[in-house]
Design a protein around this ligand. Structure first.
Ligand code: BES
Ligand code: ZN
Ligand code: ZN
Length: 500
């Protein structure tokens, strides 16, 4: 989709040329390097229509001027706002450009990378590219009308984005990082967009094998038989009500050096009906997204396979199953035994995420002896009550790890907010018949869910990211379309890139 070009935009044909402009700090119209924009910009400014505020856009249709300008259909000027430039602003402005291209069905666009004093060109390009790519994201697999004809309202997508800047080296470097991250996010969104009747646990297994083949990861996919042998009563119990066999995907990225090991675990619930504790019908279809944590983990592995980080080994585990109320389904009151021997009274079969994660975490910690563990899961509706759709809920037993993740979240524009753990919360999980129950009441639902997981990681530094509020219906951003957001992928990647 992307390429870096040396031909200036005036000599490059296409459907849309994009320029970014700063909002002037003093009086006067914003200025652009676009030769034809001068008049239009000052008139739009005088009319009060375009001040170059963040994400503000102005489109015009240039005359074919002399020999230089090849016929370009449209010019889009995107405002960057005044100052305090951040990584997120460039993402949002890149996203705004892509949205304008989709709206006009522009398929071939050329973007002039701006020069912003005090902001590294390669980093700026990285963020713009993330915004451009992710703003252009669409999931059209099941739309049978592939032609971009006039009757169709939607664009068929952007085919080519040419990046122009005098300093091509910096741009290339930024493009590599930005497109690596953005493509992985696209992959996570694709997995989540797939319907539950296609994206089953075995698809997770297939995709894991595919990644292993492509990038040389060691792969081990635990089957139902393996799970029985290993005593994984959590994932086995949850899968009982479904005809689809459960799978546990395990991928190992090894540097071959003596470096720390990071374990990443993602909830891969390919459809959560609630089981016997059935969910209400309204909105139940969204529960095909209950595998977003698993999607983020595998998508991150794809980017890791591409980038091959040097300072950290990474093990990824995705426990994958459906949660359905079939005749053999787990029932409220049932007692299960997890990997490692802990027993749990299942008081609500809809609190299934923690049951499958418990086995994955306990097994991962036991088998791989990681130096740190991060899990991502659409775990509780309660996190939406607490933090809305704007932040990931983070719970951790280790301040240093939590700090690292917070920093990665800030850099990637995927914000987190930490909630506490503590013995008072753990106490809510006391069971009369087993070691614990799987639900601790209505109060502090996100915290008690994490307190449950905490029991399965021992003393290893661990952080749990509850992405139930952000994996879809995420806070409105130009580069996040409706539907799955692919959240978590860029946090993981940012962490791995900075690990030392
Ligand atoms: N997958 C859901 C959590 C969820 C809810 C994600 C809404 C996104 C949006 C999870 O398995 C679940 O059902 N959790 C229950 C737990 C409860 C029974 C203690 C919940 O949050 O209601
Ligand atoms: Zn559930
Ligand atoms: Zn669930």
């Amino acid at each position: 989709m992307f390429k870096v070009i040396k031909t200036p935009p005036e000599q490059y044909g296409g459907d849309m040329a994009v320029y970014f402009v700063r909002q002037p700090t003093k009086k006067g119209a914003p200025k652009s390097t676009c030769k034809e924009a001068g008049q239009v910009l000052s008139r739009a400014f005088e009319a009060g229509d375009f001040l170059a505020k963040e994400e503000q856009t102005l489109m015009f249709y240039p005359e074919k001027s002399g020999k230089t300008r090849k016929r370009i259909k449209r010019v889009l000027i995107v405002g960057l706002g005044k100052d305090d430039f951040s990584r997120e602003i460039f993402r949002k402005c890149g996203g705004a450009a892509s949205l304008a291209a989709l709206k006009t069905k522009a398929r071939k666009i050329i973007v002039t990378i701006p020069e912003i004093k005090g902001f590294n060109r390669s980093e700026l390009t990285e963020c713009l590219v993330e915004g451009l790519f992710l703003g252009a994201y669409q999931f059209r697999k099941y739309k049978t009308n592939h032609d971009n004809n006039d009757e169709e309202e939607e664009s068929a997508g952007i085919d080519e984005i040419a990046l122009y800047a005098p300093d091509a080296a910096g741009v290339r470097k930024g493009l590599k990082r930005g497109s690596g991250a953005a493509e992985a996010v696209g992959v996570a969104r694709d997995m989540a967009n797939e319907p539950g009747n296609y994206w089953t646990p075995s698809r997770f297994a297939d995709y894991g094998r595919e990644l292993a083949d492509k990038y040389g990861f060691k792969a081990r996919i635990l089957s139902k038989r393996d799970m029985k042998r290993l005593g994984m009563g959590g994932i086995l119990g949850v899968s009982q009500g479904s005809d689809q066999p459960p799978e546990m995907v395990i991928l190992e990225y090894r540097t071959g050096k003596k470096v720390p090991t990071l374990l990443i675990v993602g909830k891969g619930l390919t459809f959560d009906s609630g089981g016997i504790s059935l969910k209400p019908a309204a909105g139940m279809g969204d529960m095909k997204y209950d595998m977003s944590g698993g999607a983020a983990v595998l998508a991150a592995m794809q980017a890791i396979g591409e980038e091959r980080p040097k300072r950290v080994d990474i093990v990824a585990i995705v426990p994958a199953t459906e949660n359905l109320p079939g005749p053999s389904a787990l029932k409220p009151g049932d007692v299960i035994t997890h990997y490692g021997g802990k027993t749990v009274e299942v008081v609500n079969t809809d609190a299934e995420g923690r049951l499958i994660l418990a086995d994955a975490l306990a097994y991962g910690v036991d088998k791989f002896k990681p130096d740190a563990v991060i899990d991502l899961a659409t775990l509780t509706g309660a996190v939406i009550i607490g933090l809305g759709h704007h932040r990931i809920g983070m719970l951790s037993n280790d301040d240093k790890l939590a700090g690292r993740i917070t920093h990665a979240g800030e850099r990637s524009g995927e914000l987190l907010w930490q909630l506490p753990l503590g013995p008072e919360y753990t106490k809510q999980l006391k069971s009369r018949v087993a070691d614990m129950k799987n639900v601790g009441g209505r109060a502090a639902g996100t915290i008690t869910a994490a307190a449950f997981l905490e029991k399965f990681v021992g003393d290893v530094p661990w952080a749990h990211l509850d992405i139930a509020g952000t994996a879809w219906n995420y806070t409105k951003k130009s580069y996040v379309p409706k539907g799955p957001s692919g959240i978590g992928v860029r946090i993981l990647l940012e962490l791995v890139r900075a690990w030392r």
